[in-house]
Design a protein around this ligand. Structure first.
Ligand code: ADP
Length: 378
């Protein structure tokens, strides 16, 4: 077999072998055509293939769609343009295990020359465990944030009630005295007092308005860091996160991303939170289905908006919860918090978008949301 070390003599070969056997991360070396040249012991364990089964085969066998179909093109693009999309950058993506399941992984690719031959080395770290911990943390954080917000709102509401009470009582008092003063043929002096009372009442009403406005500003003043982001990139990461643990459930994920809808002007973390919530709800809804297909689509909408659709072949929306689906604490799950969709709506609306659902074409549910396009704001 064509080994990268064959040109370096037996000593280098032995050296390389010992590295491959002990390097803790999975390491896969390929040639310019994507053929696997070597496969470390950790890679054998991670993908469940022996080195002799994969050497000489195209590395795309270790990737799920759509990377599987596109990898040859990625390589050709790099070889012809020299434009680096992953080499030296690294990214979170998805790997394909021998049994057909997928898992989130971090991939770093390096490039090296062996004489006149160019090889690529990929270091792969399985993120399943790390992502599971991260997800648990995120869940906890969002629950905490929610509890925090509820009690903050509680404090705010009682102080608001207190603050509003003053001007409103004053308005009532001034109006009542004006009415009393007008009762018995008021003289000029009394009329002046009535005018004064009405001025005061108007002033207090304006003050009440300011208090309400302050509350509105407070509510809409979420901390957002918006940038022009690639939806594909954002989606890949969110998918890797959301699909943790789904490998046992045999879920078929179909991505269809419209390149004209790629750039969005958003807070990356918040939009990923929306995606992760919707994908996990979709997975939950498909647990009792025989067909488990998750379709994720993007498309360009009018008015500089991009639409994201997440459609499942699950149970459909429970009728009891459907009318208030986006309200907090509405859930049909035994252990559900019922806050996922309300957080999704808050985030999407803070971006100037809209979120809604429809019955899916396959009996399941399709959630849609819109985001501002990044094309015009770039
Ligand atoms: P939770 O998941 O904690 O219940 P959510 O706010 O995310 O909270 O969801 C609220 C409810 O909406 C769920 O309990 C479920 O009944 C329903 N739901 C959400 N997504 C779907 C879906 N894809 N298919 C069917 N029902 C769904």
């Amino acid at each position: 077999m064509d080994q990268p070390s064959s040109e370096q003599g037996p000593e280098a070969e032995a050296h390389l072998r010992s590295i491959l056997a002990t390097v803790p991360d999975a390491m896969v070396v390929i040639d310019e055509h994507g053929s696997i040249l070597s496969f470390s012991a950790a890679a054998e364990k991670m993908f469940d293939y022996r080195e002799d089964e994969v050497v000489g085969r195209n590395v795309k066998m270790l990737m799920p769609s759509p990377d599987r179909e596109r990898h040859d093109q990625y390589l050709t693009n790099y070889l012809t343009t020299g434009k680096r999309k992953i080499i030296g950058i690294g990214r979170v993506t998805t790997g394909l295990h021998r049994d057909g399941s997928t898992f989130p992984m971090e991939l770093s690719v390096g490039e090296a020359w062996l004489g006149k031959r160019r090889i690529f080395t990929g270091f792969i770290r399985d993120l399943t465990e790390r992502q599971e911990t991260l997800l648990r943390l995120q869940d906890l954080q969002s629950e905490l944030a929610h509890v925090g917000r509820v009690s903050e709102m509680g404090t705010l509401a009682s102080s608001l009630a207190h603050e509003l009470n003053q001007p409103l009582t004053a308005v009532a008092t001034y109006c009542e005295s004006a009415r009393d003063l007008l009762e018995n043929d008021p003289d000029a002096e009394t009329l002046a007092m009535v005018r004064e009372a009405l001025d005061e009442a108007a002033e207090q009403a304006v003050r009440a308005g300011q208090i309400v406005r302050r509350l509105r500003d407070f509510m809409s003043n979420g901390e957002m860091e918006r940038r022009v982001e690639s939806l594909q990139r954002l989606m890949n990461e969110a998918n890797a996160l959301a699909l943790v643990g789904s490998r046992e459930h045999g879920i078929d994920v179909q991505l269809s991303l419209d390149p004209r809808a790629d750039l969005v002007f958003v807070d990356r973390i918040q939009v990923q939170q929306v995606l992760v919530n919707l994908i996990r709800n979709a997975i939950d809804a498909m647990m009792d289905s025989t067909v488990r297909c998750l379709a994720i689509r993007t498309s360009r909408e009018a008015d500089d908006l991009v639409r994201v659709t997440i459609e499942d072949t699950g149970s459909g929306i429970n009728e009891a919860v459907a009318p208030q689906l986006f309200q907090p604490f509405v859930t049909s799950k035994q252990n559900g918090m019922g806050i996922g969709l309300s957080i999704c709506r808050t985030i999407v609306e803070a971006h100037g978008g809209r979120i809604w659902f429809e019955q899916g074409s396959n009996g399941g549910t399709a959630f849609h949301f819109t985001l501002p396009s990044g094309d015009t704001k770039a």
